[in-house]
Design a protein around this ligand. Structure first.
Ligand SMILES: [Zn+2]
Length: 457
């Protein structure tokens, strides 16, 4: 009986979800436990005659890399999925987050969307290519990496730094894209071609320490609180990037009047703020568009004082800064300074560069064509991600990185990719996953298959 590859993907995803690879960000060996997924995938690969390799910078934080050899006429294609997941608040879930059960047509569990589904689909693609004895012009590498959720240090960054030959490729397919976005009766498929940079900072305010019995309106805590309030309410200047302009124009052109009119003017910096505040009604959409159009700065960790009756002499906030590709760190820091005021002491804690990938490569055109083939009503469009992904590491090897993990959501359901991402009740539709697995297979096969098969013995 022929293999049902959709079922293979679904079953593998269930097994991966049952490994609770929660990354708390400590980078220690008692965190993440991605070896559970790495070994599961390695066993799966070995059973199909492949030779997986395991690499780890820290015990238990394993990365699995497996290569399906081609004839070497062209440079490799890399499929990438991170196997760590974010934490869960189990009390907010309707179903156990690590059971991987199927209910109401969905596979439930942490990692279903972000992004064990891609690990299951990629592994299935390799198994199917082996099974169907497809001759390839290029190697296809699948990397299942650790530690993405905490900044990629033990995963893609480690592989690129310490084992670059294992993952060097012309192209990479990974987070984030090719999921169906149902908007006002239309279906879009965003494909990531850019992602924002990271500039994490700490701002510290100093003041005179004193006794809590005599309040000080200029105390460090008060001035910190005022600065945080300004930062929280203020939108930094708009810098629409060409990818975002194209995204917004393509999105708006498919919408009816008057949404079409309103949305298309989002890329006019002078009025974008007004459009966001008064015409984009959905608060999630407002935040999402806002983050695409400007550098952003979110106050996250606040530290001040340790005794209730002592006014502390210093108070600080850590700020998660994200920069539009093409915007320098200095330009962002001066925007931040403008809001925080001259007496904030600002230090940079951590930086990651933004990523931009050429959307005119043969693969990009192929990705669009494949999505159109498998959903003739859908409209693919280039997309900039406001978070970060493993693309940051692979881009350093000169790899063209695209967000392409195909998934289809039922437009009649309330469940969407965005709502599921790091959300409670994370789940993925069985039918949409089966569809996605097949789209990924078709995409990879038709791009990598040898056009002039050599004689087989
Ligand atoms: Zn992710």
């Amino acid at each position: 009986m022929p293999t049902d590859w959709g079922t293979t993907t679904v079953t593998l995803l269930q097994e991966l979800i049952r490994k609770p690879t929660v990354n708390r960000g400590t980078q220690g060996e008692d965190d993440g436990h991605e070896h559970l997924c790495a070994r599961l995938l390695a066993d799966f690969a070995r059973d199909r005659g492949l030779e997986p390799k395991i690499f780890a910078k820290v015990k238990n934080r394993e990365n699995m890399v497996v290569r399906l050899k081609g004839n070497g006429k062209k440079a490799p294609l890399l499929l990438n999925a991170h196997t760590d997941v974010v934490e869960v608040d189990e009390s907010r879930w309707q179903r156990p987050p690590f059971a991987g059960d199927i209910h109401d047509g969905y596979v439930w569990g942490r990692g279903a969307i972000d992004m064990k589904h891609m690990a299951a689909m990629s592994m299935t693609v390799l198994a199917r290519l082996v099974d169907e004895k497809v001759e390839l012009d290029r190697d296809i590498i699948f990397a299942a990496v650790a530690d993405e959720e905490a900044g990629c240090t033990l995963g893609s960054t480690y592989l690129v730094d310490e084992h670059p030959e294992e993952v060097r490729a012309e192209y990479m397919l990974g987070e984030v894209g090719a999921f169906s976005l149902n908007l006002m009766g239309k279906v879009f498929y965003p494909i990531q071609v850019a992602e924002k940079g990271v500039v994490w900072t700490r701002a510290t305010f100093h003041g005179s320490p004193g006794h809590g019995s005599m309040p000080d309106p200029n105390g460090a805590v008060v001035r910190l609180a005022e600065a945080i309030a300004r930062l929280g309410k203020k939108r930094l200047p708009m810098h629409p990037h060409p990818v975002v302009e194209a995204f917004v124009q393509k999105l708006s052109s498919a919408l009816p009047f008057p949404q079409k009119q309103a949305l298309s003017r989002l890329t006019t910096p002078q009025i974008a703020g007004l459009i966001l505040d008064y015409l984009v009604k959905d608060p999630d959409q407002r935040r999402s568009f806002g983050a695409m159009l400007a550098n952003t700065a979110s106050p996250t960790v606040v530290r001040a004082g340790n005794k209730v009756n002592v006014i502390p002499g210093r108070a600080s906030v850590e700020i998660d800064g994200r920069t539009i590709p093409g915007q320098s760190d200095l330009a962002f820091l001066s925007e931040l300074r403008e809001v925080l005021g001259p007496d904030a002491e600002i230090e940079v804690l951590h930086k990651l560069p933004s990523v931009e990938t050429d959307a005119t490569t043969p693969l990009y055109g192929h990705l669009e064509a494949m999505l159109r083939k498998h959903d003739p009503l859908g409209e693919p469009l280039p997309y900039m991600v406001v978070g970060f992904t493993d693309a940051k590491a692979y881009a350093r090897l000169g790899t063209h990185c695209y967000g392409f993990t195909p998934l289809k959501f039922d437009p009649t359901h309330e469940i969407s990719f965005q709502k599921m991402y790091h959300g409670h009740d994370e789940r993925v539709p069985v039918e949409g996953l089966t569809w996605g697995s097949n789209v990924l297979y078709d995409t990879v096969r038709s791009f990598c298959e040898s056009r002039e098969p050599t004689e087989r013995a």
